[in-house]
Design a protein around this ligand. Structure first.
Ligand code: SUG
Length: 460
């Protein structure tokens, strides 16, 4: 396909979740080893938000279009009210929950909405039957604290992607926790470039409607049902030839791979994957190659296998190598945006050095970024971003304030420094001042970003 001006104007935009003021370590995610092992540690929300913003600026400076998604309001008073807590005002609801159900308050206070790879699944307009960009917020039913996110995610996405001629917004996939959907973290789009039609790869952990005897034997929960992924592809009007559904391996889930983006990363025509990522990985990769070749005759998928003898599953999870972002700098030239932890684990460092030096793949440079505040909760570079492929008209319709550039970046840094604490322990979540501070911060942020009135709270 030759690139006409309208096609070359199609680009992938990374929308990163801005870390919220209540970022803390509550040990809420069973099966996510980092979250489990940091339970009760003292966090630094200010540093977390600044680390996230620094990543956004690094990407923007590399010429990769970068935008931001605002945090959710936490503690989630509406969720506490739904659990029966009441009082004359929100501070009273908070006090009652802190006294009678501190664990529930912990879940209602998580800043987990920062990991926007789990916010939604997105289909670009070039792939959808009706020519609009489609969004389905993830239902996140597998974890209580994350199940509070979809309502705000829907409000935020509708406010930013507001033009209904260009954008279509769906309801989250319904059903119980059996039909878990964790969004783009279990989805990758492969294509010769952003402008080409994409092969959408959906990775699932279980089939909810299969007989219990047919379920994988798991130590940790599977968070994605194939039925949920199929529902999203169907609702978005994706042609059958452009959708592939592949099973995660039980070994990976049991090693702490709670999302596919902890064990594989795709970008354009490259898929970097661990050999133990899938059930029968060689057959899975062969099926991807043939679906890709059928969609794009004359093109080949560059599937880069990382052998377990180079990087063990345990080192993959510890380093979050596969949670790196792979970004296109120029046609045929990509950078790996990796967590700093990858540089410190010898097997992973050696593998990355070889990957960059190998002229047979387009990955020619690596940036190691310090995202330790988020990493301690199991959130690396790729968890923090939602990829939205947009053409020029779609980009032009967005509020200007959501883009990260030389004028918005310093404003957001100043905003974080003004509002965020540099220390937070789980006990601090009961502090009514934290609720008030967070709401003041978010109210100001909506003005900075120009996204309108997206939050349900009233300032006291
Ligand atoms: O859902 N951690 C998140 C991390 C999400 C990572 N996202 C991707 N892989 N795309 C989760 O497990 C921990 C919160 C706590 O324990 O306080 C948490 O929710």
């Amino acid at each position: 396909m030759s690139s006409s001006p309208s096609l070359s104007a199609v680009t992938e935009v990374n929308f990163d979740g801005l870390v919220g003021p209540t970022h803390n370590y509550a040990g809420l995610s069973y099966g996510n080893l980092a979250s489990m092992s940091h339970r009760g540690a003292v966090s630094n929300p200010r540093r977390a938000a600044l680390q996230g913003l620094a990543k956004m600026k690094t990407l923007a400076d590399l010429g990769v279009p970068q935008a931001v998604l605002p945090p959710h309001d936490r503690p989630a008073i509406a969720a506490l009210r739904a659990f029966g807590f009441s009082g004359k005002n929100d501070a009273a609801v908070l006090a009652a929950a802190a006294k009678h159900a501190p664990a529930l308050l912990g879940a209602a206070s998580s800043a987990s909405a920062m990991w926007v790879a789990n916010a939604a699944t997105v289909t670009p307009s070039s792939d959808a039957a009706d020519g609009r960009v489609h969004f389905t917020p993830a239902n996140l039913t597998s974890k209580l604290h994350r199940s509070f996110e979809p309502a705000q995610t829907a409000r935020t996405l509708r406010a930013i992607f507001a033009d209904s001629d260009l954008f279509a917004h769906h309801e989250p996939v319904p059903g119980s926790h059996l039909f878990g959907d964790e969004g783009a973290a279990n989805h990758t789009r492969l294509a010769p470039s952003a402008a080409h039609r994409g092969l959408h790869v959906y990775v699932y952990g279980h089939q909810a409607l299969a007989h219990p005897a047919g379920q994988p034997r798991l130590r940790f929960p599977s968070r994605q049902a194939i039925e949920a992924s199929e529902a999203v592809a169907r609702a978005h009007g994706l042609p059958a030839a452009q959708a592939v559904f592949i099973p995660q391996s039980a070994a990976a889930i049991n090693a702490g791979v709670f999302h596919n983006d902890v064990i594989a990363v795709g970008n354009d025509d490259v898929l970097l994957y661990h050999e133990n990522a899938y059930t029968r990985t060689p057959q899975v990769i062969a099926s991807l190659r043939s679906a890709y070749a059928a969609l794009h005759p004359g093109h080949t998928l560059k599937a880069l296998r990382v052998p377990a003898r180079r990087v063990s599953l345990a080192d993959a999870v510890r380093s979050y190598l596969f949670n790196s972002q792979l970004v296109t700098l120029a046609p045929g030239r990509m950078a790996l945006i990796a967590p700093a932890d990858c540089a410190e684990i010898p097997s992973v460092r050696a593998y990355v050095d070889d990957l960059i030096a190998d002229p047979a793949n387009p990955i020619s440079e690596v940036r190691f970024l310090d995202l330790r505040e988020s990493m301690r909760n199991g959130g690396g570079p790729a968890c923090l971003r939602l990829r939205v492929t947009l053409n020029a008209a779609e980009r032009a319709s967005l509020p200007a304030g959501v883009w990260i550039n030389d004028s918005t970046y310093p404003r957001l840094v100043a905003w974080v420094k003004k509002h965020y604490r540099d220390k937070l322990s789980p006990a601090d979540l009961a502090d009514p001042a934290l609720l008030a501070e967070s709401r003041r911060a978010l109210a100001e942020l909506t003005r900075l970003l120009g996204v309108g009135d997206i939050y349900p709270f009233q300032l006291a």
